[in-house]
Design a protein around this ligand. Structure first.
Ligand code: FES
Length: 136
């Protein structure tokens, strides 16, 4: 099996058996976005732990195998990490997570959708909690 076959198998496995699929209630972060090219969606919900880490994380969504597998893998990778870690995530980190570097431009958008959602949720939360600190 070539390495690109292995990555395809892995993506299909996460697509068919998504880890951390579902909702969190209560939750501190709830962010969603869609890929404008196709309308596919990813929503990420997070419960932040007392030490500002990603305590629990789940995702919801509908779309292609890459967008949904990437979201599921990202929840596994993110669990237990500091919120600051999410701010530093890069395209390279996501490609490494997916085990490939040869996605075309359209597929890159699919792969990066969940990172975009995670970052926007974390930034919004950190912005809000900073505003809380200023208020009190
Ligand atoms: Fe829609 Fe991949 S085709 S996110």
């Amino acid at each position: 099996m070539s390495s690109s076959d292995i990555y395809r198998e892995l993506i299909l496995d996460y697509y068919r058996n998504p880890r951390n699929f579902g909702k969190l209630d209560p939750r501190d972060i709830d962010a969603r976005d869609s890929n404008p090219l196709c309308g596919d969606e990813v929503e990420i919900q997070i419960k932040v732990s007392a030490d500002n880490k990603i305590g629990e994380i789940k995702f919801l969504g509908k779309g292609c195998a890459i967008s949904q597998a990437s979201a599921s893998m990202l929840t596994e990778l993110a669990k237990g990490k500091p919120l600051e870690w999410a701010k530093e995530l890069s395209k390279e980190d996501i490609l490494k997570m997916l085990g490939t570097s040869d996605l075309g431009p359209a597929r890159i958008k699919c792969a990066l959708l969940s990172m975009k959602v995670l970052k926007s949720g974390v930034y919004e939360y950190l912005g809000a909690s900073m505003a809380d600190t200023v208020d009190h």
